[in-house]
Design a protein around this ligand. Structure first.
Ligand code: RAM
Length: 370
């Protein structure tokens, strides 16, 4: 992987997603191995660069993104992907971070975007339901609304841009815990905020697999802890888990902030507790490896730059009237062809693709990308 400026990374990252199938339907199949897409990245990025300017429909307005919180590299990469895509289409991107990872802080930001008269708002929600009234106000004012990464409820959006199927991620995580623990023993989850729609959905999915499949009968989930997507709090929560549960075998952290903090604690302490979850390769490369010296055998993620770009393309398609967000709507963008499908919450969504697995065989290539 060549180290390029952001636009180069964006192109490469886009092609990475193209190679794994663009996730144009809910049936995204099995978890992909990131290594498979690495091979095509450099050669194919020329095509992506050539087509970046010809985004479907073009964009003439102002398109807003409201991430979950500032200071989180995942959210920043998502914002980079959003901004690059909007600007490549000719539009103006506005990224407004809330002051904290709370619904209240996002409501303040969204109120200001309504007064500014933006054309669309794409939000990564800190709470599924609490944004409904302000987003309804936005939609009543003619602003197109979608969510990305972490959804708002179905009445608060036209459509959600999902990184991967919820159960696909839930199954990848519980299977990783099963595999790494040897199929039995105690594990804990270190999550983001207690209200985060995405983490809560993935955790619920993990629990459902544990309840419905006897394969997982010997796994015991001892606690779901919350690090609030803050590094220090996630570090403290990891240390507390180690103290409270001396027999703990695995921590699963479905947040890039949590997993990076936990990885450092476990590896610095030489702990025998192993880690998996969802992490940024750039932050986790030092911790992924086989054997006692590394805290994380493997983990998963998707491309946050592509996810932000998908939010951008979806926003523009909504504003241009190419889609309304109804099931069966289709649109084409630089990432590929997408179909709006039904979501588990009764609303609709667009799925980016399958989660990637990062392990010692591919982490060094991907740490340069995101
Ligand atoms: C954190 C955020 C984000 C989530 C990733 C996996 O950065 O909570 O919403 O998608 O982790």
């Amino acid at each position: 992987m060549k180290k390029k400026l952001l636009s180069g990374l964006l192109c490469a990252a886009m092609v990475g997603t193209l190679f794994v199938g663009c996730g144009s339907s809910a049936d995204t199949g099995a978890t992909e191995d990131a290594g498979a897409s690495t091979e095509s990245t450099d050669t194919a990025s020329t095509d992506a660069e050539a087509t970046t300017d010809s985004a479907a429909g073009g964009a003439t307005g102002t398109y807003a993104l409201v991430p979950k919180s500032a200071g989180n590299p995942f959210n920043e990469k998502e914002a980079d992907g959003f901004t690059e895509a909007i600007e490549a289409m000719g539009g103006t991107a506005v990224v407004q971070y809330p002051e904290s990872a709370t619904a209240d802080a996002q409501i303040t930001v969204i109120e200001s975007l309504i007064s500014q008269g933006v054309d669309s708002i794409c939000v990564a929600a800190n709470d599924e339901n609490a944004l409904q009234s302000v987003l309804e106000e936005a939609m009543d004012a003619g602003i197109k609304v979608c969510s990305v990464d972490s959804s708002v409820n179905k009445d608060s959006r036209a459509v959600h841009c999902n990184q991967a199927g919820v159960d696909e991620i839930g199954l990848a995580l519980i299977d990783a815990v099963y595999d790494i623990s040897g199929g039995e023993g105690q594990f804990a989850i270190l999550s983001a905020t207690s209200q985060a729609t995405n983490q809560n959905a993935w955790i619920d999915s993990m629990k459902s697999y544990m309840e419905s499949d006897s394969k997982y009968a010997n796994l015991e989930l001892v606690e779901v802890a919350y690090g609030d997507d803050e590094s220090q709090k996630s570090t403290d929560q990891t240390q507390a888990l180690l103290q409270k549960y001396p027999d703990l075998k695995v921590i699963c952290s479905p947040t890039t902030v949590g997993i990076a903090a936990a990885a450092k604690v476990l590896q610095d302490q030489g702990s025998s507790v192993k880690l998996t979850g969802l992490g940024l390769p750039s932050e986790m490369a030092a911790y992924i490896g086989d054997g006692d010296d590394f805290s994380c055998p493997y983990m998963f993620l998707w491309n946050p730059i592509d996810l932000g770009a998908l939010g951008a393309y979806t926003s523009v398609a909504l504003v241009n009237g190419e889609i309304t967000g109804a099931e069966g709507d289709t649109f084409t963008c630089e990432l590929g062809d997408y179909t709006v499908v039904s979501a588990a919450d009764g609303g609709t969504e667009i799925i980016l693709g399958a989660p990637f697995k990062f392990d010692p065989s591919n982490i060094d290539e991907w740490k340069e990308v995101y």
